[in-house]
Design a protein around this ligand. Structure first.
Ligand code: NAI
Length: 213
């Protein structure tokens, strides 16, 4: 059975994707070890924050040696579940749905896109890269047959709850929701909302308060 990392706080978990990204860059540059101080300069976290975070899941840092980049990267991959393959579908094949489907990097991290769905007859039957767009009416049957783990909602917000209900009824375990609405889901279903505008508004705040910072 996979090791459980449930004792690690969500605050630490939410920082792990950033560690993962920087460590990958180091691996690409063939850097094999790094100190918390160097990581701190790259990432903008304090060195003590980094030591505290990474102490949570094993004694990777060694006094006078720093961290073994590859080992740390692999461990973070395991913690984030990125060594597992997930089967996904996208609902809503408009601008955003197609952009996500066209972004091949998700596939590299184990998120396999099986199909897109839509109501628009102009889109149904198309392929985005090599992935087909099906009629939304085929969703339940498709999920029954293909065992989908994650449903990605990219429809206008007024349809999102209905789509979520359909996905849950069909048996998906998790929803990645892009529609700007708080979806109601039962406790056993995991939901992660993405709001690009949150990040944009922070950018706007920083820009408009530049002289005060
Ligand atoms: P779009 O209009 O280009 O695409 C929406 C697609 O959903 C259309 O192809 C439409 O036919 C389809 N659709 C409508 N009802 C459906 C249903 N019941 N079942 C299946 N498909 C259905 O819109 P766009 O720009 O792609 O945005 C999609 C959603 O993503 C919107 O809710 C938008 O607010 C949200 N969005 C969220 C962002 C974020 O950061 N979270 C960023 C950009 C968009």
């Amino acid at each position: 059975m996979a090791k459980s990392y449930k004792s690690i706080s969500m605050a630490v978990i939410r920082r792990l994707p950033k560690y993962h990204r920087y460590l990958k860059e180091l691996i690409d540059k063939e850097v094999y070890r790094i100190s918390s101080k160097e990581l701190s300069a790259m990432m903008g976290f304090t060195a003590s924050q980094i030591r505290q975070d990474l102490n949570n899941f094993g004694g990777f840092g060694q006094q006078g040696y720093g961290y073994n980049v590859e080992e740390l990267y692999r461990e973070i991959q395991k913690i984030l579940g990125l060594t597992i393959t997930y089967r996904t579908v996208i609902i809503g094949s408009g601008n955003l749905g197609q952009a996500i489907a066209n972004y091949t990097n998700f596939q590299k991290y184990g998120f396999k896109l099986l199909a897109l769905f839509d109501t628009n007859p102009k889109l149904i039957g198309m392929k985005i890269r090599d992935v087909p767009v099906f009629d939304i009416d085929e969703l339940q049957g498709f999920i029954d047959e293909k065992q989908v783990d994650i449903g990605i909602i990219c429809t206008p917000k007024e349809f999102a709850q209905d789509i979520a209900n359909k996905l849950i009824k069909a048996g998906v375990s998790a929803i990645w929701n892009f529609a700007p609405i708080d979806l109601r889901v039962p406790e056993h279903v995991i939901i992660e909302n993405v709001h690009l505008s949150d990040s944009l508004f922070i950018l706007s705040y920083l820009l408009s308060n530049q002289e005060n910072l």
